[in-house]
Design a protein. Structure first.
Length: 424
């Protein structure tokens, strides 16, 4: 099977280079060549290491593909090739501000991609706006970043306000009698934004929030929270934070047999390595920005009446597996998408000028393998992603193995939801 995937991947990459997929313009009548520097930081150490590493992988795949296919040729004959310049931000806000300043003032970054996480992205967005450099944010979902008057910062992900609301919709559709929800979340910017939006949405639908608690980043003992959950007797447990704490929380919920019918956690479940939890992963739901199972291609764009741009889901997945020998997570896809959106904006603008590229992003409305992409251009929410929607995955048993299935929205589902958890 792996041999087949590698052969398929090589064929797909060859098709890209030959122009079978009209993403990268051919190099013709070049008068000069220019190298465009994409600057970013990544958490090679610190709490966001897992997610950030996947994001880097996606960026690097995009760089390899666009350069391998000849780059971008502008109408004046200039050929643009791309390189990255990045530093380890150690998951530290202070490091981010220092390093993004260096990327712009010393390294000459032409465009920026955000670090992973909303808190770190806030720090980098200030620098991007201050120095007048377009930045695509990957791995950063908080709505509030785009409510600060920035004009050059654009969001790849579905916003935090819509991150877990679909899990409530899934619960309502699966169990109309469910009425009690416990929300337990990490006390960081992103997770808190998600939890607050989730709380309001669930209450508006008539759910009783029987527990609303936050835990400190770095928490490893969830026993006090699980005791409160058991006492509250919810139908569903929603919340979490990032990969490390989310995985630990899921494992301890299983070990203590918390008893809820549904568990939906942020960030951790969509990662392929979540399956290493074994039985503790079984039945857990997670919101995902994208999944390899999602069949998004040009035919979907025709239905919507918009342009399809870039590789299909199958093509991206095969190329990523060829390069990294692992299934891509949505964090990897998000990194790739940040680069792809910069590429599309440069092509539409026929320029690398900041104002021209920003105008192209303002006018963007396309479908990619990642989903629909368009941005709010109002003064109040400029750069907020308004085109992209979440999907929800669940780890299910397939014989002796755990497999990740899309369970919501139902029109994109690859399997029915296992409910209550543990009923397989």
């Amino acid at each position: 099977m792996r041999t087949f995937v590698k052969l398929l991947s090589l064929a797909i990459i060859a098709a890209f280079v030959l122009g079978a997929v009209a993403t990268f313009p051919a190099k013709t009548h070049a008068q000069s060549e220019r190298t465009i520097t994409i600057g970013f930081t990544a958490s090679q150490t610190g709490k966001y290491n897992v997610e950030s590493t996947r994001q880097i992988n996606g960026i690097n795949l995009w760089i390899e593909q666009i350069n391998g296919a000849g780059g971008i040729t502008l109408s004046n004959g200039t050929v643009l090739k791309f390189e990255t310049k990045f530093y380890d931000d150690e998951s530290s806000t202070d490091r981010v501000q220092e390093l993004y300043t260096r990327l712009v003032t010393q390294d000459g970054a032409d465009f920026l991609i955000s670090p992973y996480s909303s808190g770190l992205t806030d720090a980098s967005a200030l620098i991007a706006e201050q120095y007048g450099v377009v930045m695509l944010t990957a791995g950063a979902a908080s709505d509030s970043t785009y409510q600060k008057g920035f004009t050059l910062v654009y969001q790849t992900y579905t916003p935090a306000s819509r991150y877990l609301t679909g899990a409530v919709d899934l619960l309502a559709a699966t169990d109309p009698d469910a009425s009690r929800i416990a929300i337990v979340h990490e006390n960081d910017k992103f997770s808190t934004d998600v939890a607050n939006a989730l709380n309001s949405y669930a209450e508006d639908l008539g759910y009783e929030i029987v527990l609303f608690e936050g835990y400190d980043s770095g928490t490893t003992d969830f026993a006090p929270f699980i005791n409160k959950i058991e006492a509250a007797d919810p139908d569903a447990i929603l919340g979490g934070g990032h990969f490390q704490d989310g995985s630990t929380f899921a494992r301890q919920l299983y070990e203590k047999d918390a008893g809820a019918n549904m568990i939906a956690l942020l960030v951790a479940p969509p990662e392929p390595t979540f399956a290493e939890l074994g039985d503790a992963a079984l039945g857990v739901v997670g919101p995902s920005q994208w999944e390899p199972l999602a069949q998004i291609d040009a035919s979907k764009a025709e239905e919507l009446g918009i342009e399809f741009y870039g590789p299909s889901s199958q093509e991206f997945t095969a190329a990523y597996m060829e390069m990294y020998d692992e299934e891509p997570s949505y964090h990897a896809a998000g990194g790739y998408m940040a680069g792809l959106l910069i590429q599309k904006a440069i092509e539409d603008a026929d320029s690398t000028d900041t104002d021209d590229v920003a105008e192209a992003l303002d006018n963007l409305d396309i479908l990619t393998f990642f989903g629909r992409n368009s941005f709010d251009t109002s003064d109040d929410n400029h750069g907020l992603q308004v085109g992209h929607s979440m999907m929800y995955v669940q780890w299910q048993a397939d014989g002796d193995e755990l497999v990740k299935q899309i369970v919501f929205p139902f029109e994109a589902a690859s399997a029915e939801t296992v409910y209550p958890i543990g009923s397989e």
